[in-house]
Every structure is written in C-alpha cells, then in structure tokens.
Design a protein around this ligand. Sequence first.
Ligand code: CUA
Length: 374
Amino acid sequence: MDHATRSVEEAPWRVVDRPQRFRFGAIVGAISVAAIVSLIALASSAGGATGSLGNDRPVSTPSIFAPVSTPAFAIRDLSYFVLGICAVIFVVVAALLTYSIIRFRRRRGEDEREPPQVYGSNQIELAWTVVPVLIVFVLFLATARYIFGIEGHAPPSQALQVTVVGHQWWWEIRYPDLGIVTANELHVPARDPANPSPTFLTLESADVIHSFWVPQLAGKMDVIPNKTNRTWIDPHTPGLYVGQCAEFCGVQHAWMLLRVIVHPTDEFAAWVAEQQAPAVDDRVARTGRDVFRSVACINCHTVRGTTANGIFGPDLTHLMSRSTLGAGVAANTPEHLRAWIEHPAGLKPGALMPAMQLSRHELDQLVAYLLTLR
Ligand code: CUA
C-alpha cells in the first residue's frame, strides 16, 4: 500500500494507549542512560587487561587513556577525536529526541487525529545520508592516517629486536640478537632521548590466532599462524605494564597474560647479562636435575647448559627470575611451583602440560632443582 494513502484507522500506533506511550518514553530514556553509563565505563576502564598475581604491581591501571609509548599516545589522541565526534552526535540526537518527545506528546483533551505524515522529502533524505557519510569519511581518513603513521615507522639501526610467539596459552619471547629466550615477561629498555632505541616486535603464532595487546604501549596486533606481523613500542617511563591476549584462542584465552617490564637503560643491560648466563648448576640440586632429565620434562622445556632442549614449553633456564607461573595464573612461589608441577590443570584447566605422576619425593627434588634456576 502507498504510505501516503494509509488511512488513519489502519495505522498501528492508533491502538497504543496512553500508559504504553509513557512506557515507550521510559524505555528510550533508559536506553539513553545505559548508553551514557557504558560510554563512561568504557572510557574509564578501556584496556580491560587485568594485573596478574605477581609480586610487583603494575604502575597504573591498563588503560588506553594512560599511554606511555609513542604508538599508544597516537591511539589516545585518535580515540579522543573519535569519542568527541560521537559525543557531539549523541548530544544532538538525544536533544532532538528529548525535544520531540516532550513537545509533541499527546495532551489531554486533544483530538485523536494523527499529525501530518511526511514522506518522500528529498532534502531530508539527502541530509541524513550525506552528513553521516561525510562524518564516516572523516573518521576513516583520520584512522588511516594514524595507522599508516604507526606502521610506516622504520626501525632505527639500534632498535631492539624481539620475537614474540603466541602459544596456547603463553607467550614465548625471544631476543635473537642477544641469545635470550624467556616467557610471559617482556623486558625492554625505557626510551633514552639521547639514544632512542625502540623495541620492534615480530609477532608469530605456534598454533591459533592470538592478539598481542599491552594497552599503555601500543594497539592490538593479531598474532597469526604462518604470517608475521610487526609492531613497536618505545616506553617513556620505566615500570611494569600489563597486557593480555585479545583474540579468543581457546579455554585459557583469559589467562594468557603478559607483563612488560620497562627498565632504565643500565638496569636493562644488567638484566640481559643475567639472562645470557647458562643455567646455574647447583650441586645440592643434582638429584632434582636427574629427575628433570629422566622424565618427559626435557621433551618440552629447555634449560640452557643441560641436555634439556625441548621447544614446546617455556624455556626454564632462568625460571625463577619470572614473577608468575602459567602466563600469570599464579605468583611464582615454591608452593605454587610444586602445585603446578603436580597438577597443572588444577591451576590452569586446559593447560597443555601433563601431570607427570611423580612421587612425593621426586616432586620435592624436582621443585628444589627448579628453585635454583635463578
Ligand atoms: Cu591467545 Cu587469546
């Protein structure tokens, strides 16, 4: 039926009585309030990554609005720009809606006729097509400019190169030029204005798609099997920054946490020297080392300086220098370490490390050995 000839009697809104109209107004109001509250919540807690249970606390809440690195500063500025435009649109639409609801409400004693219905106005339809298209175009151009600005940044020759490999469910972290392999904790130097040495990250996946995200340092970057992605960070302030996997990758996706420890330059050099040393060979822990070698541990784990050279699990050469276990599920304490080895799935259901069914005595010896891997 032609809209213009639809008779007043057939219009569906004619049967709506007064209380229901009020309910409609209340629903619109509730949705608007919910939208505002969500926006505020989003703005104040954007980031969403949770701190893990390590000994030291992150310097601040992980939020894209508390950046400390050049790509993250750019993302914050762009976010304010986009949120500003969206806020203006929201205020204009909400104001017009509120005005219309109040100004054109049905009043007591009014006749029952519908107001004139407007169809086919070219001016109005052009306006509400062209204006949003222009707005989207501006948002698109601004976003593209920032993306190319960040991605097109070439690494200077003195940049620190790090390869991060996503695994179900932990992060392997390699420093190819320094001969260091560690897990779940990315150590980098703070920016030194006199000698800028940003960290360039090469992202790879061993299994499924993950996403590397440390909100205060850079944007999300997907970690994709058989594809190499790159991103970079240049933290201006030393401290601990937390991040996490931001792409659903299986049952332990939520516990695939990452810690970035930003050191002043000289402190970073000391960390490198410590990590480059081979594993401690403590005589007292030799029986534990033999347990480690006699069971399947060495198939998956490397301890540099021993015959253990597995690559499926985290490198344990300096296990005790890390502050968490299981990519952030527990603080790295002797008790948790023992519980973890005895029954990994108890701390991290779905973890791919099997329980080795060790005797109590073997477990004691093995834990004593691992505790020497400082
Ligand atoms: Cu890895 Cu989610």
